[in-house]
Design a protein around this ligand. Structure first.
Ligand code: SF4
Length: 556
């Protein structure tokens, strides 16, 4: 099977030392990206580690396709023990970082320890350098980019950076690259912040040789991306806002409603009107990104994407696109996941009865990033603040929900319940089957098998690494087989092992099936969860049977 090549570079930011080793066995078993990072995280982060402690490890990793010229591969992976979900969590970002990363000659970079001074860590094909940057304390993401450019001639596409939110341990702080692209979910920016690392830069010309098969498939995918007339190329993910709204799966006013009367005002056409140029990720001809500008106020941002339109729009009761753009931009600058942040702000608005107050929203976002006043509580996320706020806990395993309401598309609801990453739509993307009409969205019965297969495919997707917007559109099972020179069943098996390692790590930290739950009822949910465990070969209590992972990971 095709897999990434390149070394593992371990950087102890406490000792300011780096070492390099081969991880060929891990790469051949787990392909790259999320797979290899999950395997290393599982085996190397102590099961009782503090997510904010020096023993936590933060991984950046690419897959084999980051050395291709094929569209939908301009992305890479980041993994750590999450302060939000308390499990090993991975996130995936676009932009241009992946190709600069590959040039260092490494397939994985691992950060461990904790620095006594705020650092910029420079990783090149010639080694690792440490730069003390106390003057960048609480700098925004673009401010860091400007300084790195002035001092070192580095571009934002060479950088993985945190904003003030990461430094302040906001549980949903993200790692940013290219100023506007986020390793978004799970608080990985807070892990980087706890290591006192403000940014990591990657550059070099030493990409290892990877021979990627099926040149014909690569060029077909690329050509199809370049010539597609899909509406996403104009409107990104926002093209489906009104469709989602019409399907009653657009959570509104902190989940109290499932459709929003102003959906059109913040939907795809409205966003397209403010789009001022095309934008993409490295080598991707699909180019679905959305730089937008409001001429009247001068507010510029990239996006908002559908999830932000939901979290800071409908769920906050905010119906003006420019206000959502401003929330999006603040989150990018401070380095916060727009989904989790918008949800916790919506929870606050519910408690204050202030839905629709955009000025308050922007004020609270800033307070969260700096943990000021009520922002300190909200920086803990919905699961840890809802009681004090007096609102329901709309999250799973600490992870705030994405849009795509599980009460309307029940298979996606099942997926939210069982996913190791909790209330996140990208883990299984079962929503695509239900919205697409292949599967009746009503009920969960008979959908466990679909969720298992989707989770396995997506775990492999994130290891390859392929953008979700290519999967199911340009890259179906036969193209997976051709590109990775493997049977589809074997591809799914790699994905299954990744999901199992994540689950095993959670189990070792005391989290079992009691957390595979939703804040609402769905038809046949209990029996579908049982079926899910059975299909995975797990125990009735949602734990991985003793000894199962010993074959491919550190034994329990
Ligand atoms: S489809 Fe969009 S998000 Fe995915 S790699 Fe291409 S430009 Fe980036």
């Amino acid at each position: 099977m095709l897999h990434a090549k390149g070394t593992l570079c371990t950087i102890d930011v406490g000792d300011r030392a780096a070492r390099t080793e081969t991880v060929d066995d891990e790469l051949s078993e787990f392909v790259g990206g999320r797979g290899v990072a999950t395997k290393l995280a599982h085996d190397r982060i102590p099961f009782d580690a503090d997510p904010y402690g020096e023993e936590n490890r933060l991984y950046f990793s690419t897959g084999p396709l980051q050395q291709s010229q094929m569209s939908f591969t301009g992305r890479m992976n980041c993994t750590a023990l999450s302060p939000l979900t308390d499990g090993v969590a991975s996130a995936n970002a676009g932009g241009y970082l992946s190709r600069n990363f590959v040039g260092t000659g490494h397939s994985v970079v691992e950060l461990t320890g904790e620095s006594d001074e705020l650092l910029a860590v420079h990783v090149t094909d010639e080694g690792v350098e440490f730069e003390e940057v106390p003057e960048l304390e609480e700098a925004t993401v673009p401010e860091v980019s400007a300084v790195m450019n002035e001092r070192h001639g580095l571009e934002s596409e060479n950088l993985a950076t945190i904003g003030p939110a990461g430094e302040n341990g906001v549980r949903f702080a993200c790692v940013m690259t290219y100023d506007s692209r986020a390793f978004g979910r799970g608080g990985l920016g807070a892990v980087m912040g706890s290591k006192n690392v403000k940014c990591i830069t990657f550059q070099g010309d030493s990409a290892p040789e990877v021979e990627i098969p099926a040149e014909d498939v690569q060029s077909s995918v690329h050509r199809e991306a370049a010539t597609s007339d899909h509406i996403m190329r104009r409107q990104g993910t926002t093209n489906s806002i009104e469709f989602v709204n019409d399907n009653f799966s657009l959570p509104t006013r902190y989940f109290s409603e499932q459709s929003f009367e102003h959906a059109e005002d913040i939907g795809g056409d409205a966003v397209e009107e403010k789009k001022y140029e095309k934008a993409s990720c490295s080598v991707c001809a699909f180019a679905c990104k959305l730089p937008t500008r409001d001429e009247e106020t001068g507010i510029e941002t990239e996006g908002p994407e559908l999830e932000t339109v939901f979290s800071f729009g409908s769920n906050c009761g905010v119906g003006e696109l420019v206000d959502v753009m401003q929330s999006n931009e603040l989150c990018d600058q401070y380095g916060m996941d727009t989904i989790s942040c918008g949800n916790v702000v919506a929870a606050y608005l519910a408690s204050e009865e202030e839905f629709g107050n955009a000025e308050l929203v922007h004020d609270i976002v800033e307070k969260i990033a700096f943990r000021e006043d009520e922002g300190d509580l909200l920086a803990e996320g919905v699961a840890r603040s809802h009681e004090e706020l007096g609102v329901e806990n709309f999250s799973v395993k600490g992870m705030e929900f994405a849009a795509h309401d599980g009460r309307a598309i029940n298979g996606q609801g099942l997926s939210y319940a069982v996913a190791n990453r909790g209330g996140d739509h990208m883990y299984s993307t079962t929503l695509a089957d239900e919205y697409g009409g292949d599967v009746d969205p009503r009920g969960t019965a008979g959908k466990a098998e679909l969720v298992v297969e989707n989770e396995n495919r997506n775990a492999f997707r994130d290891s390859g690494v392929i953008c979700q917007f290519g999967v199911g559109r340009a890259v179906e099972s036969d193209r997976f087989e051709a590109l990775f020179d493997a049977e589809y069943d074997d591809i799914l098996e790699v994905g299954a092992r990744i999901v199992e390692l994540e689950r095993h790590f959670r189990n070792q930290r005391g989290h079992g099936g009691e957390e595979d739950r939703l804040p609402y009822d769905l038809p046949d949910l209990e029996s579908s969860i049982e079926e899910y465990y059975e299909l995975r070969g797990w125990n009735d209590d949602g734990t991985v049977p003793s000894g199962t992972v010993a074959e491919y990971a550190q034994a329990d």
